[in-house]
Design a protein around this ligand. Structure first.
Ligand code: SF4
Length: 441
């Protein structure tokens, strides 16, 4: 039996798809990247961004055509969109057999069997209770020893930002017991993982009994063999001094953070319900830089939010320059059904949103280029994870999150190097990556 999974949306969805694959693998399935070979085809889509959902709909259209010739293939929609749309998906996209929300992935294999038996559609939405067993997480991949892994430490969000559907589709915050997190990380390290990324919608709000996020970082830092620790996505409101001061102090905590700001205007932040202002954000940035001067700070930005004036947008551009972000995911605002912001007047014209987005892209690209250029001639520790694009090249990430490609000079192959930390001298900076050569010790 073969499983095809196509993922659209955020990192949480990418992680969930790996988790789904693991569940099906343990039931005897193999994976395929060709839907024509699949017995089960799942579309895992985020509903946070309109674009992701539109792409998912068109992918489902392809599967529908496929299903005309292969009636036995089971087509399922999973992800936040399943939670939000539920049964409506069957009207929206004919040919779908099952709609399963994220908190029911543990039962997916059984649900596929049930759909086959019933010869009818099936929908399962709603939230789990956050019990330890509800935090299913995959081990490292089986095809090649993996060097990195995601570990979910909390799920859901109670922040209620006005534009965001996450609290509705992922439910209230549920935090995983510290013992479970520690034991999973130790297990991953024992199987060869050297870098762990802690995952949660508001990851730094983590709390397990008396143990908060900073203490969790400290405990994981003491796991022998864990070389690198990262986390995503933090909320600026929970970047407390004990968290910011962990950078530069904890051996494994990498010099990189993705810290969503969304807007450079305090007025717009307030309309977004972000519960911090620009000064609060800048204070966190200065604490991070104080603790770890080399830290790379990337962010998320929304342009054209309802009521965003030229002056508000100018403040966003000013903030980009002031912080000197090392990268950003930037989006044009689009109303998402079911959010508070959807009832606001979407008053920034499309062409103005496009102009603002272009201006943000241009600024961020300049900053990225400058930042990458500053690394030429320096040495970076690279964790090798996969083959590079050019023949003979291997690729990995530096601690500051930059992708670095290089050709091994000692005859090592990718299989020898996956999971190894290699010191690389950077020789060139490209638009999305760095190039280098193994450093001579
Ligand atoms: S913090 Fe805000 S943007 Fe992030 S998931 Fe929660 S509600 Fe959404």
């Amino acid at each position: 039996m073969k499983l095809y999974v196509k993922t659209f949306g955020c990192q949480m969805n990418v992680h969930d798809s790996r988790r789904i694959e693991e569940i099906f693998r343990s039931a005897g399935y193999t994976m395929t990247v060709d839907p024509r070979e699949a017995d089960v085809a799942l579309i895992n889509s985020c509903t946070i961004r309109e674009k992701a959902w539109h792409k998912a709909i068109s992918e489902t259209g392809r599967l529908r055509k496929l299903k005309r010739g292969r009636r036995d293939i089971i087509v399922g929609i999973v992800g936040c969109v399943a939670q939000q749309e539920g049964e409506r998906i069957f009207d929206l996209i004919p040919g779908v057999d099952m709609v399963i929300a994220p908190d029911h992935y543990g039962q997916l294999v059984e649900l596929v069997e049930e759909v086959k038996l019933r010869e009818d559609t099936l929908v399962l939405t709603g939230f789990d209770r956050g019990r330890p067993e509800d935090f299913l997480t995959p081990g490292p991949g089986t095809s090649r020893r993996e060097a990195t892994a995601f570990v979910t430490i909390m799920k859901g969000c109670q922040e209620r930002c006005a534009y965001c559907i996450v609290p509705t589709v992922r439910g209230p915050e549920r935090h995983r017991p510290i013992e479970d997190v520690e034991s999973e990380v130790r297990g991953l390290v024992a199987s060869g993982v050297v870098e762990v990324t802690l995952l949660g919608q508001k990851v730094n709000a983590y709390q397990s009994g008396e143990v908060g996020f900073a203490e969790l970082l400290r405990r994981l830092d003491s796991v022998e063999g864990l070389e690198r620790l990262r986390f995503t996505s933090p909320h600026p409101r929970h970047m407390t001094p004990d968290v910011t001061s962990s950078f530069g102090r904890l051996r494994s905590l990498c010099e990189s953070i993705h810290l969503p700001v969304q807007s450079g205007s305090s007025r717009i932040l307030s309309r977004m319900g972000r519960r911090y202002n620009v000064e609060d954000y800048l204070l966190v940035v200065s604490k991070l830089r104080e603790a770890c001067p080399a830290i790379g700070i990337s962010t998320d930005l929304i342009v054209g939010y309802p009521g965003e004036t030229n002056e508000d947008f100018a403040e966003t551009l000013a903030l980009i320059d002031r912080v000197g972000f090392s990268g950003a995911f930037s989006f044009k605002y689009s109303p998402r059904p079911g959010t508070r912001a959807a009832s606001l007047d979407d008053d920034v014209p499309q062409d103005e949103k496009v102009r603002r987005l272009d201006a943000v892209h241009e600024r961020i690209e300049n900053l990225e280029r400058r930042w990458r250029g500053s690394m030429v001639g320096t040495k970076l520790e690279v964790l090798v994870t996969n083959e590079g694009r050019m023949p003979g090249q291997v690729s990995g990430r530096a601690r500051n999150s930059q992708i670095v490609n290089f050709v091994p000079t000692d005859g090592s192959t990718i299989d020898d190097l996956v999971g190894r930390l290699v010191e690389v001298e950077v020789t060139a900076a490209h638009s999305h990556s760095l190039e280098g050569k193994p450093a001579i010790r």
